[in-house]
Design a protein around this ligand. Structure first.
Ligand code: HEM
Length: 462
């Protein structure tokens, strides 16, 4: 072979060997462009040129930043991912009596447990799920998958006030996993999995409804959709994602985990780890609002009515920062002020904000009581890998030698990086298809055109 031939072959081989390092990032950038192109450019970025970081909270909390779905092309995509029943999902309901009825019911259901009861319930469900793991030295898990059954059991019991039967737990995790996989574009929607849970809930509501009365403004079918959307999708997905981030952060920051395992830390330290995790990996990427009136601003043109505001959490919280420093949460003067893990109080914040950290702490303590966590997987906000992690029981013989540990982590790193190559291509293809299909189906657009905000239902789509 000529010198040029060797050079070209070398360059191609180098490019191929480095695939896991450049392809996923290129694909993400390409996906963002395709999404913007198919979805249509819209929206005011916050923080951004028009809404600087200093005005972020003020604009987000303004009473006119209150439209949720109507009038934004982006809503078609969220409604598509959340079907069936996006029109009664608390997050996407327009302000008004229906929203008030739904939000009040959510508050009542969640307020049914004292802090002690939350602690007991989450501890019990976590232990039961961990008991199901095979009893071998090292168990390799995906953290999101490990945690999902825990929250399915917890939220079933929160709603129905009785333990979750195994087959119902499978229905709930089947539904939640399907929604989150579609949201992350790692899989298409499987409406049959979602419909199976709806059928169960409709039957259950007809024969044995939960103790807290469901919103009277909703039909029986919509009540099933409400429970499915808020409790058996959002609650289960958000808590599983938050726990996957927390446990992966512990697995990849050994000194932090060691401090917790030593048991000498102030109880606030674990809360600091949770806060730092939600600061680096906020569960929301972008929350959007449609303005119902003008938003006046000092020294700038007002934001007109009908604008789509895009509140970018990672950007606002400065999530790209390298240092993972839980200690900064322990002192008032070092806490980051740009931190809104549960939204802004003035504009529809998360109803779980009062106990989500508590319940994460309980689930983390139960896990750390049994296992040391080890991982070398890449930790990104969207975590499409679902958080590969080794659970190593706390026995010296099971932990193995340091050399063995290094080898395990090296193998995991290699497998994780190479798995990202086909996965990112899959995300590109499926994501583009879903953005196109959501736009074609126009669930939100059609709903408002047909009902003018009334009680028309949206067909679930395919
Ligand atoms: C660590 C876990 C969680 C985090 C970080 C989180 C974060 C958030 C954020 C940032 C928002 C506001 C989004 C916006 O402004 O549009 C929100 C809204 C919401 N969250 Fe959570 N969430 C979590 C857990 C939960 C759980 C367990 C539930 C259910 C019980 C839940 C139900 C909701 C609902 C219904 C809304 C919409 C509120 C409304 O529009 O009235 N979340 N969440």
């Amino acid at each position: 072979m000529s010198a040029t031939g060797w050079l070209v072959t070398g360059a191609v081989l180098a490019l191929l060997a480095a695939l896991p390092y450049w392809l996923p990032r290129t694909v993400v950038a390409l996906r963002v462009r395709i999404f913007a192109w198919v979805g249509g450019e819209e929206g005011i970025q916050a923080p951004g040129r028009e809404v600087p970081a200093e005005e972020f909270k003020k604009v987000y909390g303004h009473p006119a930043a209150n439209g949720r779905s109507r009038g934004a092309a982006l809503s078609d995509l969220f409604w598509y991912w959340l079907s069936p029943g996006p029109e009664v999902h608390q997050e996407h309901l327009e302000p008004g009596p229906r929203y008030d009825d739904v939000a009040r019911t959510t508050r009542q259901i969640l307020a049914g447990l004292s802090r002690q009861q939350w602690t007991e319930l989450v501890g019990r469900c976590t232990r039961r799920v961990l008991d199901e793991l095979p009893g071998q030295a090292h168990v390799q898990v995906r953290l999101r998958d490990l945690m999902m059954p825990v929250w399915a059991e917890v939220y079933y019991e929160v709603v129905f006030r009785e333990p979750c039967p195994r087959h119902v737990r499978d229905l709930i995790t089947g539904n939640a996993d399907d929604v989150v996989s579609a949201l992350k574009c790692t899989g298409l929607r499987h409406m049959d999995r979602r419909a199976r849970l709806t059928a169960y809930l409709r039957d259950r509501l007809a024969h044995d409804p939960p103790p807290v009365p469901l919103p009277s403004a909703l039909s029986e079918r919509e009540q099933a959709y409400y429970l499915q959307g808020t409790f058996f999708n959002t609650a289960v997905v958000q808590m599983s994602e938050a726990m996957a981030h927390l446990l992966l952060a512990l697995a990849t920051h050994r000194p932090v985990q060691d401090r917790l395992l030593a048991g000498e830390e102030d109880p606030d330290f674990l809360d600091g780890v949770i806060n730092e995790t939600l600061q680096h990996f906020p569960l929301f990427g972008v929350a959007h609002r449609i303005t119902s009136g003008e938003i006046p601003r000092d020294g700038r043109a007002p934001i007109p009515a009908g604008s789509v505001l895009l509140f970018n959490y990672p950007e606002y919280q400065g999530s790209g920062a390298d240092v993972f420093d839980p200690d900064r949460w322990l002192r008032q003067d070092t806490r980051p002020s740009a931190s809104i893990p549960f939204g802004v109080t003035a504009n529809r914040p998360c109803p779980a904000r009062g106990f989500a950290v508590l319940t994460m702490r309980v689930a983390a303590e139960e896990t750390l009581r049994r296992f040391r966590l080890e991982s070398s997987a890449e930790h990104t906000r969207s975590l499409p890998s679902r958080g590969p992690c080794l659970l190593v029981p706390h026995t010296t013989s099971a932990a193995g030698s340091p050399a063995g540990r290094r080898t395990r982590l090296a193998v995991m790193r290699l497998a994780d990086r190479w798995a990202s190559v086909p996965r990112s291509l899959t995300q590109l293809v499926l994501g583009s298809y879903m953005v196109w299909d959501a736009r074609r189906q126009g669930l939100c657009r059609t709903y408002f055109a047909a009902s003018s905000g009334g009680s028309t239902s949206v067909t679930a789509g395919r």
